[in-house]
Design a protein around this ligand. Sequence first.
Ligand SMILES: Cc1cc2nc3c(=O)[nH]c(=O)nc-3n(C[C@H](O)[C@H](O)[C@H](O)COP(=O)(O)O)c2cc1C
Length: 328
Amino acid sequence: MFHSSQSKIPWEDRTLPLPFTSPWLLAPMDGVTDACFRDLLMETHQPENLGGAFTEFIRIHQVVPSEELFRRHLGPKRFPSPVGIQFMGNDPSLLKDCAAQAAAMGAPVVDINFGCPARGARKGCVGAALLDYPERITPIIDACVDGVEGKVPVTAKIRSGVEDDRRLADIVRAVEDSGASLLTIHCRTKKEGYDADAIDWGRIALARKLLNKPLCGNGAVESLGEARDMCNKVGCDFVMIGRAALANPWIFSGYEASTQEAAAFVLRYGDMMLERGAHPKNALSRLKQMIRFWEVGDLVAHKDDRKTWLKTKRLEDFHHRLQQMAQT
Ligand SMILES: Cc1cc2nc3c(=O)[nH]c(=O)nc-3n(C[C@H](O)[C@H](O)[C@H](O)COP(=O)(O)O)c2cc1C
């Protein structure tokens, strides 16, 4: 079990020890980090390399989703590194019931999404939209803490603000005042999107100053070296890696995959989705979402080559091309 050395409050004070097996976590990414992708990553890495992961967000609206949906998100396999279930909603009482159901089903962590920048999230006032209302953050987290009845930790994931970072301190204090066990902060605002010029580790450092709980830094980390650098420079306990793990799924170990290994990974991902009942169209769209970011093993030679992958209409054609690369 990985405990923060900087944690100042007693763990028993509504903040549970975290079950992660290393400081390096896979970020939740809707459209890619489903159970198949995560299982492949877990199989590829030792627990001391990849410390944990999260489901794609589950939108919570009006009713508690079925156990079947939670089960699908959590996946059939378990590994030493835990997979937290992530919810996106704004109704404390509904989220409390969802958290209770998730904990009863054995989800090892419940995470709340306060970072989704999508238009739909803004319309429904969920995800990043809630960052404009820090006073709503504590009750949402605490409802989930009540729901899990001390069985598992509840964590929160934020961006650094909506239009700007002026309210970041209020947002961090709202998490500090809650029973959350961990705060993950993406060091860009919603408005900044994925702008390469807007990466501001100072925001993570500010959160570190204000927060007496474990902290996870996130945003444009491209290697384990950079992740370690982030921990050292801003004092975070964990680093969450997103798109760089799609560019290179071996990122958590530093292994350099060959073209054959890279092709075999993508093939296996496609096969696994089909074996677990995915519609071929959905499997293809997930493979394409991953290929959008892919960098290792020369699967994508250049920008135009990426386009040819993305234009592929049939899963069979995608597979055929991969099979040829896996055999060369
Ligand atoms: C395709 C995609 C889907 C995402 N889906 C989610 C999600 O479901 N929940 C969430 O909290 N963040 C989501 N994010 C944000 C990432 O978890 C992460 O915070 C962001 O990509 C910054 O980290 P990175 O620069 O390492 O990618 C998503 C990001 C991408 C690129």
